[in-house]
Design a protein around this ligand. Structure first.
Ligand SMILES: Nc1ncnc2c1ncn2[C@@H]1O[C@H](COP(=O)(O)OP(=O)(O)OP(=O)(O)O)[C@@H](O)[C@H]1O
Length: 257
């Protein structure tokens, strides 16, 4: 049984002016513990697909099946990490993280201890009492990662979580997120515009076309890259070969728009 199945999903947004088909007949399967990326031109429905998997919106057609059960409503098995950290500015880092646990009804000491352990592992020990505006962008995203992992979700949806960061911070955070998710054996779906990021972090890459969003190709990242952390993957010769290959595919998709 596949861990997550997206089964013939289509989605159309109806506005006063028009109907926009964001996704058309998308089917894919993801295994437990896999790290996959959704790559494609702007507007190809990547965020829409993540929102459907999280059950924030219902697909017009098709379904999403997680561990054999159809996903109907928002469920704690899914953790979301976005471009913006959405930490509450009036709460300390620790309070922000514990708030997530309380909302999920997980108020146990064990859950709190896990959150504090995670903060320390992710290099944020000592900043528990700080407010978000006292931290750098990279530290805030690390705090957001802790908040997401603290509830122990089965699957993490990462919607361009590094895109607002400067290049060096982005590379460091990619490394940290990849290592942490591998250590915790999490399944992750990353939405990105960055081909390099997709190759460096993923086991497989799903390439989408726009208008309407269709799954056009799946790339399996070669094993020699998959076993390397993002930083080391970027320095491997196979990396640039795959980069150029995907670049050309993406370029031809954009030319056909
Ligand atoms: N709430 C909405 N109402 C109407 N149309 C929408 C809505 N949300 C998204 N769309 C449209 O659906 C299409 C897919 O949008 P979506 O945000 O899923 O794409 P994306 O691939 O994540 O884009 P980007 O890479 O620019 O973030 C776009 O044409 C967008 O304009």
């Amino acid at each position: 049984m596949n861990f997550l199945v997206v089964d013939h999903v289509s989605h159309t947004y109806f506005t006063e002016k028009a109907a926009v088909t964001a996704l058309e007949n998308v089917s894919l399967e993801i295994e437990k513990g896999e790290f996959v990326s959704f790559l494609g031109p702007s507007g190809c429905g990547k965020t829409t697909l993540l929102s459907i998997i999280a059950a924030l919106i219902q697909p017009t057609k098709g379904s999403v099946i997680l561990e054999g059960e159809k996903v109907h409503s928002i469920h704690p098995s899914v953790g979301y990490m976005l471009q913006q950290d959405y930490l509450f500015p009036w709460k300390t880092i620790e309070e922000n993280i514990l708030l997530g646990l309380t909302i999920m009804g997980m108020n146990s000491n064990e859950a709190k201890q896990r959150a504090l352990d995670l903060l320390s592992r992710i290099g944020l020990k000592g900043v528990e009492t700080y407010y978000p505006n006292q931290l750098s962008g990279g530290m805030r995203q690390r705090a957001a990662l802790v908040r997401t992992l603290a509830t122990d979700p089965k699957i993490l949806l990462l919607d361009e979580p590094f895109s607002a960061l400067d290049y060096q911070t982005k590379l460091k955070l990619e490394e940290l997120v990849w290592k942490t998710l591998k250590e915790y054996k999490k399944t992750a779906l990353l939405v990105t515009h960055d081909i390099g990021e997709a190759i460096a972090m993923s086991d497989r890459i799903f390439l989408f076309s726009a208008k309407p969003g269709r799954l056009v190709r799946t790339f399996i990242v070669p094993k020699e890259l998959r076993n390397l952390s993002p930083f080391h993957s970027r320095n491997h010769t196979t990396f640039s070969e795959l980069f150029q290959f995907i670049w050309k595919e993406l370029d031809s998709l954009e030319a056909n728009e």
